[in-house]
Design a protein around this ligand. Sequence first.
Ligand code: COA
Length: 227
Amino acid sequence: MPDIHVVRKDNRHLYEAYFDPYFRLRHEIYVKQRKWMALERPDGREIDQFDTEEAVYLFCIENNQLIGAMRAVPTLMPTLMSELFPHLNLRGPIHRSDVYELSRIFVIPERRGEHAGPRIDMLLLTAIMEYGLSTGLTGFSIVLESWWLPRFERCGWKAHPLGVPHMMDGMSVLAVLVDCDEGTWTTLCSQIGLSRPVLTWRGLTGVSRRSLPDISTRVQPAAQQAQ
Ligand code: COA
């Protein structure tokens, strides 16, 4: 199973070699494949104003190759929702230390839709819950396309709409607040057959973390065998 690494300002120096491929992959996926042309950059690296040193990245790495990733930005800082899409959030801006905004979740095309082991997208959704629980977060705000909602429903993510969907560039987009709670994390772990936390915290011994509940006994035997 690939490792999911937490990368933050405290340990970014250990992952410097991954950042250039990471930003190039974002350009390839979002600009070239998804045609989000507003993100196009002449140097072929998709970087925006939310890639600050406060951003937290989950890097899914296998055999030294980045195969998926996700970004989390503190809502105490400017976010996609507060700066670019405020009209999607009818409840007013979210500026909370216990809520991070998620964005730029992707899996490289060759590793999408896999069924042989835990799917990479599911691993990332599980890993970000683990990150949130470990660091005391209670929720994630997200600006997303509405096709995510049935996926969230299936995997147990509780997404609360903050407004109504808007059509933007042919996409139905809305703002949601997702609960970060133990129940969601343990359900996901059970669904994908994880009997232990999945995150790698290399170089982050200085970061204070809450201990997570023991899930080793809650996983179905069949799922354990599949690991
Ligand atoms: N529009 C509508 N539905 C989509 C979609 C899109 N752009 N991308 C994925 N889906 C849905 C579809 O229901 C799809 O089912 P299908 O096979 O019948 O089309 C299902 O998700 C499976 O998606 P798939 O891409 O095969 O694999 P996955 O579940 O392993 O990965 C993503 C899902 C989103 C991680 C992956 O598609 C990806 O990296 N996409 C590019 C980055 C991106 O758009 N991220 C979201 C915005 S930040």
